[in-house]
Design a binder for this molecule. Sequence first.
Ligand code: PEP
Length: 251
Amino acid sequence: MRKLFVAGNWKMHGNKTFIKDLVTGLNAKSVSLNNVDVAVCPPAIYLDFVNKCLATDKIFLGAQNIAIEPEQGAFTGEISIAMVKDIGCSYVILGHSERRAIYGETNEQVADKTATALSANITPIVCVGETLAEREAGKLELVISTQLNTVINKVGIDAFANIVIAYEPVWAIGTGKTASSAQAQEVHAFIRSLLAQKNAEVAEKVIIQYGGSVKPNNAKELFAQPDIDGGLIGGASLNADDFIAICTAGV
Ligand code: PEP
């Protein structure tokens, strides 16, 4: 039985006042978080602040990106996994479609970063997903399998015991268009079967989150699907009531 895992991706949102309010709201409502793993992923510059504001052991901290290089060095503007760990993170989001599309992150770089995160015992949340054009061209399975196989080839299938996958159809992110629960389930089942071809035991255990306009009113149906094990939440994670409602929707 897989435990639900819901993570909030705050992207490049917030300031100290907003974040203090948000975390105060999360602290107050965290008592209702049972049988679900929860993380928030603020902008890197606020990780330490959020860590200090969090007054619950039910919400973990995650980063939104890391450098490939694991420790320190002459990499201006970059943040290493050692630093992310030092500040108290348990997770890091990797290969989000915004990083792939806007910053040109390649499958190989995502795979390298996954290896870096694993080397520090930080759980990577590896994002995969197709654009609308790719879906309409019948390339959905090709795109997802290429994204995943690049990571598998780098870190090996057994490493997926310590990896979370987030399926995020690009056309559903921040658009208000959610994949239907059936559409999402179909892709989640495909992802699990792809892993199962290499290691059935790992495939059965791996957490596969869905991401793309998840809101309190659609989370329950999505999380009820057999291969959907929680969500990666963007916009709705910036509101404490909505985020907690999503976190508790599937339990
Ligand atoms: C995301 O950024 O990962 C995401 C799923 O965003 P939203 O929930 O706003 O669609």
